[in-house]
Design a protein around this ligand. Sequence first.
Ligand SMILES: C[S@@+](CC[C@H](N)C(=O)[O-])C[C@H]1O[C@@H](n2cnc3c(N)ncnc32)[C@H](O)[C@@H]1O
Length: 386
Amino acid sequence: MNVIWRNCICRLRQGKAPHRCQSGVHPVAPLGSRILTDPAKVFEHNMWDHMRWSEEEEDAARKQVEENSATRVAPEEQVKFERDANKYWDTFYQTHKNKFFKNRNWLLREFPEILPVDQNSKEKVEESSDQVGSNFSSMQRTEMDCQKSRVSSAPWSEERSNFPNQDLEEHSKGPGKTERFPGSKATFRILEVGCGAGNCVFPILNTLRNIPGSFLYCCDFASEAVELVKSHASYSEAHCCAFLHDVCDDGLAYPFPDGILDVVLLVFVLSSIHPDRMQAVVDRLSRLLKPGGMLLFRDLGRYDNAQLRFKKGRCLSENFYVRGDGTRAYFFTKGEIHRMFCKAGLYEKQNLVDHRLQVNRKKQVAMHRVWVQGKFQKPLPWTQRS
Ligand SMILES: C[S@@+](CC[C@H](N)C(=O)[O-])C[C@H]1O[C@@H](n2cnc3c(N)ncnc32)[C@H](O)[C@@H]1O
């Protein structure tokens, strides 16, 4: 039994019930309502929402992280993990196919912004009538936490290196707003970055395909992932465009112009990117949004059990680790997210830390899970300061 859990049980035994955590001045998201009030009932469910850590638990976590990050991966090894990042993910999808992550069926409940405004209220009515009496607690499902031979060009275009120099600049801009491009006729457009095997794509597509005028783009730098999405029975070019794309490569064109997206979705992706490159990625994604468009974010949080479980020798830099399969994971605070997204010119609409207790009832163990969730909006021209 790990220290954190021992402390947690201890706290529960003392009858100190965990309580809902507020996140600054912003409204709390509908992140589930299963609150553990009776310690004796901890093994009755797989997940408890809104757990608050004691100081003791926080100290133990800090200590654990200090210990597991004391020895860093050698710099020459680190270069390899950065250079070949897409290859490690490719191998991941060759091995696990679409079996590793579960479908993120909670997406539309947590992020109703994924739907056009008029559809949003309609969906809510349908959803609430579906759930009457179902004792539903959103997001309580487990989220498994689960170069430079990197992508050199996107599949819809010719190799960039085939372009004469004067054309390269033109080409790297991608299509203009008046040109035809996939989804050019749509009135509501979403991009999912780092779509993997489509665990967000297909729950979204299942809803969007019934909403005229909506279109979903999704990209990943692992070709294996893009192929998994494109070969899925529910994939349809009428509603979706999946493409190979490395978001760290600033020079790569998107198959659509800047400033046309209503939503950019970043779910468990930024954490796998080197911290030094994150700001440029967010800056670029911000440019793809139209004024008023939303960037929706969910990812690993500081002191999540996955961070505490890393063994010594897996740490790349502060709060950044490499897994045994070569894929990497950063663990965010909400302050870091706030600074990065605001620096990219976006306004914070929501930014919260989602603390849960995840229970393995069979093994009778429980782990603290920590995720950060945020919603950031591109300002409308009249709200921008001159
Ligand atoms: C943990 S998976 C999440 C997949 C999906 N968003 C989901 O929620 O199931 C992270 C994904 O990000 C992709 N990724 C990581 N770095 C990327 C980059 N620089 N450009 C594009 N995709 C990237 C990986 O290939 C992987 O598919």
